[in-house]
Design a protein around this ligand. Structure first.
Ligand code: FAQ
Length: 324
């Protein structure tokens, strides 16, 4: 095989752009621009890390869930998030990176994960609000990614979105139950909404003009909408749900704008987003320390699995009846 010369590269880039504009999928063995590959690795890795770190805020409530039913639902949800991380790491690996290297990048602070998971969960109502608002925001952001131009990412997103939809419903159902309960339960739901509303809006990323990756990612059909368009979609979807639930969204500027056919809303505190993304949020240090510890504790499992795989490859592994 000969390496493409610069003139060939221009032609390849043009063909590549026509391919994505015709809504065809790019597959792992297809030629792709280096910058497209790097953008996908960055986004998919950040997404995978978010799913894995995202297990922590709710995970701490598994042992404190009020009933067996709530415990099993929460356990299933947190396990789903682990699964999402794994599909996404597998999708990233099709681009030529190694999952172990991505994990190192996360625990050494070289790659990001979503800002939202750096806030604490102070009561069980937070579990419901994460399901409703955080998974709700994740769905708004991720449904368009089912049509992303890169095949393995788009296909992973289809299953992930189906599961996120269950997550959102379980959160809303939990909140509905709490809102039908005691005064203390209703207050604790409102308190959780007050704390999670603005961070949920920030999940969509910086606004137009401050989002350096959007234009190119949209041209490549990785992203289909700007961060602001998706944030608006989320607000419009959530306001009637909040009304039905009987909670107030903590934004005095929130109101229906008949001319725009959409809600006007206040400006998130972007300085807070940048602080959290730079590692200075309320729980960043705790989240990374926990992930590092879990990774260290898994050392022996990885060693054993690698040794077993080597034995199998050399034909010296002991065959256990019934083992896969
Ligand atoms: N937090 O130019 P843009 C979930 C970074 S999964 C941290 O706008 P882009 C499920 C951005 O990466 C939640 N960093 O970037 C769940 C970029 O970094 P760079 C995760 C952020 O990529 C629920 C820089 O700022 N979802 O919730 C954030 O075009 C419950 C400039 O920004 C995904 O990852 C942020 N909020 O758009 C799990 C979805 N926003 O270039 C457990 C896939 C921006 O310095 C429990 N990702 N940044 O490396 C995307 O759609 C996009 O990557 C965006 C950002 C929209 C997040």
């Amino acid at each position: 095989m000969t390496l493409a010369q610069p003139a060939d590269t221009a032609a390849l880039e043009q063909d590549f752009q026509s391919l994505v504009e015709s809504e065809s999928r790019v597959e792992p063995r297809d030629w792709m621009p280096d910058a497209y590959r790097a953008t996908l690795i960055r986004q998919i890795a950040q997404h995978a890390h978010s799913e894995i770190i995202g297990m922590q805020p709710e995970g701490v409530w598994i042992s404190k869930a009020p009933t067996l039913r709530r415990k099993s639902v929460l356990l299933a949800k947190v396990q789903d998030e682990a699964g999402h991380g794994l599909y996404l790491y597998a999708a990233a690996e099709t681009l030529g990176v190694d999952r172990a290297e991505l994990t190192e990048n996360l625990i050494e602070g070289r790659q990001k994960y979503s800002s939202i998971f750096n806030y604490p969960t102070l009561s069980f109502a937070d579990v419901g609000v994460i399901g409703w608002l955080v998974d709700g925001a994740a769905i708004c952001n991720q449904v368009p990614l089912c049509r992303a131009s890169y095949g393995p990412y788009a296909r992973a997103m289809i299953r992930i979105c189906k599961e996120e939809s269950f997550h959102q419903r379980q959160g809303y159902e939990l909140l509905m139950t709490m809102m039908g309960g005691s005064r203390m339960q209703r207050d604790s739901v409102q308190d959780a909404v007050n704390r999670w509303w603005w961070p949920s809006l920030m999940m969509f990323g910086p606004p137009e003009g401050a989002s350096p990756n959007t234009a190119r990612s949209m041209a490549w059909r990785i992203k289909r909408h700007t961060n602001d368009e998706l944030r608006q979609r989320f607000v419009d979807m959530t306001v009637p749900q909040a009304d039905r639930l009987g909670v107030e969204l903590p934004d005095p500027e929130l109101r229906w704008n008949a001319d725009r056919g959409a809600h006007d809303f206040g400006t998130p505190n972007w300085d807070e987003l940048y602080e959290v993304v730079r590692g200075r949020g309320p729980c960043n240090a705790e989240r990374i320390a926990h992930r590092r510890r879990a990774h260290r504790e898994g050392d022996w499992v990885r060693e054993a699995a690698t040794a077993h795989a080597a034995k199998r490859a050399s034909g010296t592994a002991k065959v256990v009846r019934g083992a896969p």
